[in-house]
Design a protein around this ligand. Structure first.
Ligand SMILES: [Zn+2]
Length: 465
């Protein structure tokens, strides 16, 4: 027992050193990933629909008559007169030159400069902007916003802004006047399989096999209770995933939800299946119906932030100075969010010698978790408050005995330190009895699909070798 405990609590330095090479490769890659996640945030759908229902197109909700041109400020009217392009072509020719363009907003873009760049009639833009709903949907643009415009020699026929995957704001010319409406957009969900084998990092494995960052982040979040993606990933770990792709108008838009997955980590197999109950609530369960989510997540910091800023040339600040190291350190940039690993109550919030700014959470009767070296606490919480799993309780810093920003994280059972990475975690509630039969039927079916894919994948890997 003593030996085992020593093993559990010993320094993680050797492993860290092995990981240094990987980190170097990872860091630039993950920079891109973080950036793309950021960009995705700006155009990702705000109400992705879980159900498979489709919606009829072009449901006109309201048509707003164009307002009087008096409403356009005098200055704008003037500039608009100046920039009206001379259009002298006869109607028949105009119809034949109807064109469609797609625009994706970049930082600093305005509709005005996009109209000028694309030789579109700026007077039309002023009329469009004078419609009541245009203020709501067109006035403020964000990078990643998508427009499609149909025009005839620069005169606008339709202008569509995608609001999210299933809704668009449409401006169309009806009897020489512009009208606006909200339209439903149909989406198609296609089933896809993916595979990856870890040679250097999870993200590289994904990229090699044509999988997106979004898919990998989803996968990591489903497994966040079981796998610490900072420290647990090993060479030759592999995964198989069945997921949805979202298509629209014959084009791939984004990855949808993961339907089922298998992840083989360090000789241990994890399987998860998505199940949506009759109330539309979705969760992931093991093939037996156990909840994938548990009372504690493994790593209380975002692993992409940890990896992207890991400096392989820097000596680990704490491992070299404290011999009996009783927790896990996550090197991360100052200000990285620290999340409560489980539901609990704040029983300490303040400064404590080497720990610096420290929070201790009490979970149930016998478990405590400890978060040290914070730069700041989340001001929303104070001593005695209850926090939920994943709520931000503070930010990474280097207060106390630390020479570089990192989170020092401890997990104690009855006051005894356990390795947070390997400790057996209390289970969350399994699937409700009333859903169990339905779940088992569906789970068997999707796991079979995944198994068939896995077989074919293994076969093709074997053939290539
Ligand atoms: Zn530490």
């Amino acid at each position: 027992m003593n030996n085992k405990t020593n093993y559990l609590l010993r320094d993680y330095k050797p492993r860290l050193q092995k990981r240094k090479k990987k980190k170097n490769l990872q860091s630039s890659l993950i920079g891109i990933i973080v950036l793309s996640c950021f960009l995705f945030y700006f155009w990702s759908p705000s109400n992705e629909d879980d159900s498979l229902k489709t919606i009829t197109q072009m449901e006109l909700l309201e048509i707003i008559q164009q307002e009087d041109t008096e409403l356009i400020p005098e200055k704008e009217v003037k500039s608009n007169e100046e920039s009206i392009p001379p259009i002298l072509t006869p109607d028949t020719e105009a119809i034949s030159s109807n064109k469609k363009i797609e625009l994706i907003i970049k930082s600093g873009d305005t509709l005005e400069n996009l109209f000028i760049e694309n030789n579109l009639n700026i007077a039309d833009l002023f009329q469009i902007m004078s419609l009541e709903n245009s203020k709501q949907y067109l006035k403020y643009l964000r990078p990643g916003d998508r427009f499609s415009i149909e025009h005839t020699n620069g005169d606008i026929d339709t202008l569509t802004k995608n609001l999210n995957l299933t809704k668009a704001f449409l401006i169309s010319k009806i009897n020489d006047r512009f009208a606006s409406s909200l339209v439903d957009k149909q989406i198609e969900r296609r089933k896809k399989f993916g595979y990856g084998k870890i040679k250097t990092s999870l993200f590289e494995a994904a990229i090699e096999n044509g999988l997106t960052d979004k898919l990998i982040m989803n996968l990591a979040s489903i497994l966040a209770w079981d796998i610490d993606f900072v420290y647990d990933i090993r060479l030759d770990d592999d995964f198989f995933v069945l997921y949805e792709e979202i298509w629209q108008d014959g084009k791939y838009i984004t990855d949808g939800e993961i339907i089922a997955l298998e992840f083989n980590n360090n000789g241990k197999k994890y399987e998860a299946i998505r199940y949506t109950n009759e109330n539309g609530v979705s969760n992931y369960f093991t093939p037996n119906g156990n909840n994938m989510s548990k009372a504690f997540i493994r790593a209380p910091v975002d692993f992409t932030r940890v990896s992207s800023n890991f400096n392989p040339n820097r000596k680990h600040p704490i491992l070299n100075t404290i011999r009996a190291h009783r927790g896990v350190d996550y090197a991360a940039p100052r200000g990285t969010k620290i999340r409560a690993s489980g539901d609990g109550k704040i029983i300490f919030q303040g400064v404590k010698s080497g720990y610096g700014n420290l929070i201790i959470l009490q979970h149930g009767i016998n478990i405590t978790t400890l978060y040290a070296h914070m730069s700041d606490f989340n001001s929303a919480f104070k001593l005695g408050d209850r926090v939920r799993q994943n709520q931000v309780i503070g930010y990474v810093g280097s207060s106390g005995l630390a020479t570089a920003p990192h989170l020092h994280y401890e997990y104690r059972v009855n006051g005894v330190h356990k390795n947070p990475r390997t400790v057996e975690l209390p289970q969350a509630k399994p699937i409700q009895d009333k859903y169990l039969n339905d779940f088992l039927i569906k789970a068997t079916s999707v796991m079979n699909e995944l198994f068939v894919y896995k077989q074919s994948q293994s076969l093709s890997v074997a053939q290539n070798n």
